[in-house]
Ligand binder design. Structure first.
Ligand code: NAP
Length: 395
């Protein structure tokens, strides 16, 4: 375990150097550099429990989950909707009447899906209201361009579903062209940037929701805020470390965002666990493990079952009230909905307020936004971003 010390100035008049003598060491403690064994075992148990018992826990849910009719003015952006859980989320929201924007890196595949869905839907109601917009989460420039294109419509946004994600199981460490470890970028940094840049549209659509498709795996994650891209070699990099840490970072960031958004903004921030789901995530698994996945269908959800928690979080009328209650309660974590569509506890580490605040600051730095970006966007001011075309207009 590495240790570090931190000093804090208590002089309050902010005149820096001159008052350095008055600076006192207020804390000198060992900085945590990983989960303890007990915490890690508890996290592992949560993951195993989900694998073994998710079907029993979710046995009260229908599949597909009936959704309330959504007015065609309900606008929902779903990232990563060309496969797996996101594809189900997008199709079901559209069939319930919403205007769905498939935010994808492969627009051709999305257009082919829309054509297929329209054919299957024909005769059952009005044509589905779905469109495609391109975004590649491995490029923060692309995220900014997407947000600018959407905000330029001056249209309301009711639901943003940050679903796209990667778990490159067994793969070596890779970095995006922005210099970030790929799991951290696709699963946390890019969705964080998208959520913040779309705040003006979400305020226009208020009451609105940001839904993050997270994972039970965040229970075995740990975020070292001084090394979010795993470059220091303090920890041996594995794809599981990259994935679980990115998911924990997302819960921590979402918790601070949830606290920072004033009630008047009317935006709920929710993380969900879809369960253990048979989707494209298994495409990178070794053949033998992939085969095992197919042999245990009883335990593993299909994509439709895996879409239920995100659809619940996006449409259930009580979710905003629940989020507001958590905010008022001083509860340190945002709403976390489990695969059986019930509110649940995020991991012990996710409750670490100090680290969550550090994750918040560090994330804003890595995505090229100033630390007051959220407050400024809420007030309708402009913010600058290091990526894209540099300026985003406020509401
Ligand atoms: N499956 C599980 O057991 C499980 C468990 C817990 C959490 N989750 C989470 O659920 C979410 C959906 O995963 P899934 O299981 O449905 O996997 P999936 O079938 O592989 O779908 C992932 C989606 O993300 C998109 N995507 C990947 N990289 C992207 C990028 N750079 N830019 C834009 N889009 C990108 C993919 O696009 P393409 O179609 O172009 O590849 C795909 O549509 C992820 O956040 C995942 O972490 C899954």
């Amino acid at each position: 375990m590495a240790s570090s010390s931190s000093a804090a100035s208590v002089d309050g008049d902010g005149d820096g150097d001159g008052d350095r003598e008055e600076t006192v060491l207020v804390k000198q403690k060992k900085k945590k550099d990983g989960l303890g064994w007990i915490e890690w075992l508890r996290g592992l148990w949560c993951v195993l429990y989900e694998i073994l018992f998710q079907r029993i826990m979710a046995s009260h849910l229908q599949n597909p989950m009936p959704l309330p009719p959504l007015p065609d003015i309900s606008t929902c952006i779903v990232t990563g909707s060309t496969s797996g859980i996101g594809r189900e989320i997008a199709r079901q929201l559209a069939e319930s009447g919403a205007h769905v924007i498939m935010a994808v890196r492969n627009p051709k595949a999305a257009h082919e899906l829309i054509q297929k869905w329209q054919e299957e839907w024909s005769g059952m109601g009005l044509p589905l209201n779905i469109e495609v917009m391109e975004v590649d989460l491995l490029s923060l420039d692309s995220v900014v361009k997407f947000a600018e294109a959407w905000n330029a419509r001056s249209a309301p946004l009711h639901v943003l579903i940050n679903n796209a994600g990667i778990f490159s199981i067994g793969e070596p460490q890779r970095f995006s062209k922005d210099g970030h470890e790929e799991h951290m970028q696709v699963n946390h940094l890019a969705p964080a940037l998208l959520s913040i840049l779309l705040l003006p549209s979400l305020i226009r659509g208020s009451p609105s929701r940001i839904i993050n498709v997270n994972s039970i795996m965040h229970h075995v994650g740990f975020v070292d805020t001084e090394d979010m891209n795993f470059v220091s070699k303090k920890r041996r990099y594995t794809s599981t470390l990259g994935y679980s840490s990115s998911k924990l970072a997302q819960v921590m960031f979402s918790s601070v965002l949830h606290k920072r958004l004033p009630a008047e903004a009317g935006i709920s921030v929710v993380c969900v666990s879809p369960g253990i789901v048979q989707t494209g995530v298994t495409r990178d698994l070794p053949r033998i493990v992939e085969a095992a996945y197919h042999l245990i269908p009883y335990f593993i959800f299909d994509a439709q079952e895996g879409s239920r928690s995100a659809l619940f979080a996006a449409t259930d009328p009580q979710v905003p009230e629940y989020c507001e209650m958590l905010k008022a309660d001083e509860w340190p974590v945002c709403a976390f909905i489990s695969q059986d569509c019930t509110p649940t506890n995020a991991s012990e580490e996710a409750h670490n307020v100090e680290t969550s605040l550090e994750v918040w600051e560090k994330t804003l730095e890595l995505i090229g936004l100033s630390s007051d970006a959220v407050e400024r966007l809420i007030q309708g001011e402009q913010v600058e971003c290091r990526y894209g075309m540099k300026t985003i207009l406020g509401n």
